[in-house]
Design a protein around this ligand. Structure first.
Ligand code: UDX
Length: 436
């Protein structure tokens, strides 16, 4: 099938390459010439496991191409819209400038019967508004939210755990759902749940899923706060409650909290939208979820300061991690970097290392010192804090080796990812988040 993908950022680039890899003929379109030039050469514009391979294959097979020319969307059966919906500069609401601009630019090239499938995360009600723009062309607007996780984006796109299609009522909607079933034929063939619903429900599924995940993380972080004053261990608590299948252990990792390009902005945009709808009270708890999350960053800084008896000025602090999570070079709203910046603000000599995210981090926070080599970061450090649970720190960093490098054996485990006993055995003062 011929497909166009408008927006070649995180979501769009992966979607375009993944759709080509399952046999479709795909054109990816973006206004950013540099991004398109890189993608056209088969270069992934960001680090994402597996993306490079499917980009190269797609381009070599002729199934995949990239352009800045929107006219190239003409003739595609489905036009996916996967542009960004960032947080507004002066508030919590989602900025819909890019979605509106993308659809406006696409409209002149739409034909009767085309499907325009929104994938971006949007405030509920956006699809109804976009339907007005698309309707005069005879195309059908549907909402097909994307649930991919960074670091697993290729796998999540090719083999998602569910597919959701929000379609308008009537024959056009039914036809659109059938076309999406054809697009996602490998998933349909293996009976992946395919939920057909109305536009508003489809938009809400995405924000509700992210709000739930954020709530789970802040719930366990709230328990970490209680554990901290009672001597309880939040990781054992999470294991114990997680055995209850109704609760589940995943997303109960306490630590410095969630970041990234999705969860923080999505819960804020959801709150803003609920208020517009006169239902702010219904999800007022999400404000608390956000507040708990941000407090964990303060707490991590406090733990480092306490471990150094309040003496952080000009002390060397090795910050292990910059990405908002492992297997990603994404530093958007990264709690790891936020902690590093705060420590720097206290006058510490902060040295940050990360296997993938240093270049991105340096662009946004040039005031910090970056080293690619983990051991160089550890050398002569007065304290070490792990803020992204990369395997390089979690599994591969031997505490005895670390002990031979640092000036003082102080480690704060901002992700509760280290073996506390092993670090203590190597002579470190180990402090976790919500652990005795
Ligand atoms: C999220 C959703 O998982 C995905 O379904 C949606 O499409 C986009 O938003 P992503 O932002 O890639 O995906 O990251 P995710 O794996 O959800 O992690 C988000 C943040 O939560 C990270 O900073 C991570 O470190 C943190 N986290 C995750 C915790 O602090 N504890 C946990 O137990 C799990």
């Amino acid at each position: 099938m011929r497909l166009s993908v408008i927006g070649c950022g995180y979501l769009g680039a992966v979607h375009a390459a993944a759709m080509a890899s399952i046999g479709h003929e795909v054109v990816g379109i973006d206004v950013d010439e540099r991004k398109i030039a890189a993608l056209s050469k088969g270069e992934a514009p960001f680090f994402e496991p597996g993306l490079q391979e499917i980009l190269t294959e797609g381009i070599a097979s002729g199934n995949l191409r990239f352009t800045t020319d929107m006219a190239q969307a003409r003739g595609a059966a489905v036009h996916f819209v996967g542009v960004g919906t960032p947080q507004q500069k002066d508030g919590y609401a989602a900025d819909l400038t890019y979605v509106n601009a993308a659809v406006d630019a696409l409209v002149p090239f739409l034909a009767e019967g085309d499907i325009v499938a929104g994938k971006s995360t949007v405030p509920v009600g956006t699809a109804a508004a976009l339907t007005e723009k698309v309707a005069p062309t005879g195309a059908t607007l549907v909402w097909n939210p994307e649930f991919l996780r960074e670091g697993w984006a290729v796998q999540d796109t090719i083999d998602p755990d569910r597919l959701v299609a929000g379609v308008p009522e009537g024959a056009a909607g039914e036809r659109a759902a059938d076309i999406l079933r054809e697009v996602y034929h490998p998933s349909v063939a293996k009976n992946t749940p395919f939920i057909v619903t109305d536009l508003a429900t489809a938009e809400l599924v995405k924000v509700a899923a992210n709000a739930f995940l954020a709530t789970k993380i802040s719930f366990i972080n709230a328990m970490a706060e209680i554990a901290e004053v009672t001597g309880a261990d939040v990781t054992t608590l999470a294991d114990a409650i997680g055995h209850d299948a109704r609760i589940g252990r995943r997303f109960l990792g306490a630590g410095i909290g969630f970041g990234g390009g999705c969860l923080p902005k999505d819960i804020r945009a959801f709150s803003a939208r609920a208020e517009e709808l006169g239902r702010g009270e219904s999800i007022a708890f999400l404000r608390e979820v956000d507040a708990i999350n941000l407090r964990r960053r303060d707490r991590a800084v406090e733990l480092v300061v306490n471990a150094l008896d309040g003496q952080v000025f000009e002390r060397k602090i090795a910050v292990l991690g910059a990405a908002f999570k492992p297997h990603s070079d994404d530093i958007r709203d990264s709690p790891a970097l936020d902690v590093a910046v705060r420590l720097k603000g206290l006058g510490a000599n902060v040295v940050v290392t990360d296997p993938e995210a240093i270049d991105n981090a340096r662009r946004v926070h040039p005031q910090l010192t970056y080293v690619a080599d983990r051991d160089e970061a550890l050398k002569d450090a007065d304290a070490v804090i792990v803020v992204t649970e990369w395997d390089e720190y979690r599994r591969e960093l031997d505490p005895t080796h670390a002990a031979s490098l640092v000036a003082q054996r102080v480690i704060v485990d901002g992700r509760n990812c280290l073996d506390a006993a092993a670090w203590r055995a190597a002579g470190f003062t180990y402090t976790g988040m919500g652990r005795p």
